[in-house]
Write a protein that binds this ligand. Structure first.
Ligand code: HEM
Length: 513
């Protein structure tokens, strides 16, 4: 009896000692930034500063914005994504230095990429260092102005299908959930521009392309783990043994890419899209910078592997469709909420297009300055990529201080936080496109909807073009209003990986006379 009690006591002692030790280690860990002389907030064990995200109470982009507002008096603040220490950079000048002038110290992305274990993860968005520099240099010509001009007819075709679809809804007096419909529009654009396929998910939401797009950002448990490990703790992703894309998405991309390439190569088919340019790169080692679309077939070794084509097409797919669709749908929503702004932008579009709305050219779009201001205001208020990621690749001393950013440190810049900061944008909750009328003033604002420096969005001009084109095509033909006039402020789905409003964005369109 006495022995039994002694053994139980010993077990208790071991457990207590274990708990104390673990607590001590965590306590030590969560003072990582303090030990480095960098201010930190009040992280909690074990979620650090992103407890609301883990508890599914707040969308990650909003949590970063909150952390920005709490710490903006500091140039930088140390935060913890659960166990992972990350540096939040708040100061506009330092942000600019990191993105542009001192980019050499920060060319990493800080997310998961492993060409061998998970080839689909090693694309332009995720890779770093020399590998990234090489690929970026090769892919840059694929998004030059002359290429965009070549792609415009594809965008216009899909835009017409969108106009017709909205026309039918207007006639029937249907409520349109624009976040979904614009997601279908950009899916069709990217299917055509990146994969070279004509799909019509606008009229058929059950289309495989659309379903795959939804799966990429799906918030089921497995996908949540997939995203969390890709972005928060990439070091441990291998332990989990799951790939960056869901198996059915990966299989889908593989099949589509393989079949398209086989078809084009055996039938000598040429099309003005990204797939054509990736094939050019594969066959000749570069994308032609003089705007040619044909393939020079060399019989030597291919310089860009099939796996690389797949990974990068996948990146264009996920980076391309969600961003623009978010901007188009939130802009429509803001214009429905602000009828005076809607009328002003329509008058501008009418005067540019005169009586020929079928002819929307790049030159015509460039003349729509007020529409441009509306889109910029939208990028500010609802940035489709609400934060930027970088990783420090070479030790860096913050100018004017003794603070050292160590190699390997992941960096976050909260675009949503900056965009909603009244210090830069008075009355940040209001939609005021006029803020962006003065281009010189604009240059002084911390405004990076497409990121900045050499690692800025490679296809920003394409994204902006498909956004502006769709808005011009819709606004030239339709008026719109909120389906529910007393709709409150937008709340974002805390489980989503993108800016997804709970309940959607519901509008009613009527044909303009
Ligand atoms: C309105 C539309 C778009 C917005 C607002 C947007 C925004 C962004 C942002 C903020 C980044 C990160 C830049 C940085 O870290 O400095 C990025 C990167 C990227 N975007 Fe976009 N994007 C858009 C459209 C597109 C489209 C249409 C594609 C592809 C067809 C695309 C492909 C990419 C890729 C591949 C990267 C990684 C670039 C690199 O790391 O070198 N984006 N985008």
């Amino acid at each position: 009896m006495v022995r039994l009690v002694t053994v139980e006591r010993r077990d208790d002692d071991v457990i207590i000692a274990g708990v104390v030790l673990l607590y001590g280690l965590l306590y030590y860990h969560f003072r990582y930034w303090k030990r480095r002389g960098i201010p930190q907030l009040r992280p909690s064990i074990p979620f650090g500063d992103i407890g609301p995200v883990f508890r599914q109470k707040q969308y990650l982009g909003e949590t970063y914005a909150t952390l920005y507002h709490k710490s903006k008096q500091f140039l930088v603040a140390g935060i913890y994504l659960s166990l992972r220490p990350v540096l939040l950079v708040n100061d506009p000048q330092l942000i600019k230095d990191i993105l542009v002038r001192d980019f050499d110290h920060f060319n990493g992305r800080g997310v998961y990429a492993d060409e061998k274990r998970d080839p689909m993860s090693a694309h332009l968005f995720s890779i770093s260092g020399e590998q990234w520099k090489n690929l970026r240099q090769k892919l840059n010509p694929a998004f030059s102005p002359v290429r965009l001009r070549g792609m415009l007819p594809i965008l216009t075709d899909v835009g017409r299908t969108l106009q017709e679809y909205i026309g039918k809804c207007a006639e029937a007096g249907d409520v349109v959930e624009v976040r979904e419909v614009m997601g279908r529009y950009t899916t069709d654009v990217i299917a055509s521009v990146a994969f070279g396929l004509e799909v019509d998910s606008i009229n058929d939401g059950s289309n495989t392309f659309r379903q795959m797009g939804l799966k990429v950002f799906g918030n089921d448990l497995k996908n949540s783990l997939r995203m969390a490990f890709t972005f928060f703790v990439p070091e441990f992703k291998d332990l989990l043994g799951i790939n960056c894309a869901a198996p059915e998405v990966e299989q889908f991309v593989r099949n589509v890419v393989r079949e398209t390439i086989e078809y084009r190569e055996s039938n000598n088919v040429s099309r003005k899209d990204l797939m054509q340019l990736l094939l050019q790169l594969r066959n000749s080692g570069s994308v032609s910078s003089d705007g040619k679309w044909d393939l020079t077939v060399s019989h030597g070794a291919k310089s860009f592997s099939l796996e690389q084509i797949m990974a990068n097409t996948f990146a264009f797919f996920f980076a391309g469709y969600e961003t623009s669709s978010s901007v188009i749908s939130f802009t429509l929503y803001e214009l429905a909420k602000n009828p005076a702004i809607q009328r002003k932008v329509q008058q501008e579009i009418d005067s540019v297009l005169n009586s020929n709305p079928a002819e929307i050219t790049i030159e015509a779009l460039a003349k729509m300055r007020y529409l441009e201001c509306c889109i910029n205001e939208l990028y500010r208020k609802f940035p489709p990529v609400p934060f930027l990621n970088r990783a420090c690749t070479k030790e860096y001393v913050i100018p004017g201080t003794n603070t050292v950013i160590a190699r390997g440190t992941p960096i976050i810049i909260s675009l949503l936080g900056l965009g909603r900061d009244p210090q830069y944008y008075p009355e940040p909750e209001r939609f005021i496109p006029e803020r962006f009328e003065n281009e010189t003033e604009m240059q002084t604002l911390p405004f990076y909807p497409f990121g900045g420096g050499p690692r800025t969005c490679i296809a920003g001009k394409l994204g902006h073009l498909q956004t502006k084109l769709a808005l011009a095509m819709l606004l030239s033909m339709f008026d719109m209003k909120l389906a529910n006039e007393d709709e409150g402020e937008i709340r974002f789905d805390p489980k989503a990986f993108t800016l997804l409003p709970i309940g959607g964005l519901n509008l009613v369109f009527t044909k303009r006379t």
